[in-house]
Design a protein around this ligand. Structure first.
Ligand code: OSB
Ligand code: MG
Length: 366
């Protein structure tokens, strides 16, 4: 595939409600979109980096800079989604920026060839079960109201964001109110240390599906120690940036579940390799989210339709985040999202909405 040029488009998407995690609070999503232009058409990719380097070391301005200065200039004359990662390998890290570029190229390539992301990746389902990630709230009644609303909408699994001071009590309250049958999990975003093991043991009676990323990103060995102490299974998010990390985590016994986010691991092809590795080792995987627009969500839903994705993902409906999505909205149907079947991601930005949320554009000739 020959690439004529790439547009970097920055958009500002107001969130319907603030989203608080152990690392900060978001009021709006600041997103970088990539539009690849080729002689045979275009392709879109969404960069999942956040405004500030709090979830991981990447941030939107940094992603834009590494793309314009290093990654886009390194594209060879002929490139495909399968070869781009090798071309970008000399540049360390910046996986979210690389993933956005690979996704846009894959979208262009698949659109030109008339194939869907789902078909290309090896999807085996035409719809995927949806969970929802519920932020830290100011009070327990406020949390219970929020969870009640999501359960009423049909979400099949609830994830509570936790942090020191907001952990055992909210989990106990949700369990008590909604019963043992509710699929419930917790996400700490690296807010604890191994010294908190005794405290975290108090989660054991609540039958959580797992606790996600309790300890620091680079603490694989300590996660293995914690996993041996807790009855609650341990899931890793931030710690897994590649298939190599997943292999290390599995052999250390650091987790029994992996959250796969294509952006975090450098793209959909690395995401699929992690899926394949985990599946071969009996490690459950599920598709995480980064508060994507419809562009990123469409590709995530396709990935979540692979056979190893045995747990509901953070693949929520557009309406969970945004009053107006930039694509036709993803809506829940009996707790599921449909896997798009059209070429590429199967979705396109709506020009009017896109224009309204755009804060800047930049064209880079390749
Ligand atoms: O840790 O999974 C996370 C959102 C932003 C950054 C990190 C995370 C999250 C979420 C929400 O939990 C996922 C979503 O609904 O898109
Ligand atoms: Mg997480």
């Amino acid at each position: 595939m020959k690439v004529k040029g790439i547009e970097l488009r920055r958009i500002a998407m107001p969130l319907k409600a603030p989203f608080r995690t152990s690392f900060g609070v978001e009021y709006a999503r600041d997103i970088l979109l990539l539009r690849v232009e080729t002689p045979d058409g275009e392709g879109w990719g969404e960069c999942v980096a956040m405004s500030e380097p709090r979830y991981n070391c990447e941030y939107v301005d940094g992603a834009a800079e590494v793309l314009r200065r290093f990654l886009i200039p390194a594209l060879p004359d002929h490139v495909t989604a399968a070869t781009v990662a090798t071309a970008l390998e000399p540049f360390k890290g910046h996986r979210m920026a690389k993933a956005a570029l690979e996704s846009a190229l894959l979208d262009a390539q698949l659109r030109a060839g008339g194939e869907s992301f789902a078909s290309y990746l090896g999807a085996v389902r035409d719809r995927v079960p949806s969970g929802v990630s519920v932020g830290i709230m100011d009070s327990i009644p406020e949390l219970l109201d929020a969870v009640e609303g999501f359960v009423a909408e049909g979400y099949l699994r609830i994830k509570l964001k936790i942090a020191p001071g907001w952990d055992i009590t909210p989990i106990a309250a949700v369990r008590e109110r909604f019963g043992d049958a509710l699929l419930l999990q917790a996400d700490a975003n690296a807010a604890y240390t191994l010294a908190d093991a005794r405290h975290l043991e108090q989660l054991d009676p609540f039958g959580l599906l797992f606790i996600e990323q309790p300890l620091a990103d680079d603490d694989l060995v300590q996660h293995a120690h914690l996993a041996r102490r807790l009855a609650t299974p341990v899931c890793l998010d931030e710690s897994i940036e590649s298939a190599a990390h997943a292999a290390a985590a599995i052999s250390l016994g650091a987790c029994s579940v992996v959250n796969i986010k294509p952006g975090r691991v450098g793209g959909y092809l690395e995401a699929r390799r992690i899926h394949d590795l985990c599946r071969a080792h009996g490690i459950a995987v599920w598709c995480g989210g980064m508060i994507e627009t419809g562009i990123g969500r469409a590709a995530n839903v396709a990935l979540a339709a692979l056979p190893g994705f045995t747990l509901p993902g953070d693949t929520s409906a557009s309406s969970r985040y945004y009053a107006t999505d930039i694509t036709a909205p993803f809506a829940l149907d009996n707790g599921h999202l449909s896997v798009p079947t059209g070429p590429g991601t199967g979705v396109e930005p709506l020009p009017d909405v896109l224009a309204e949320v755009t804060t800047s554009t930049e064209w880079i000739t390749v």
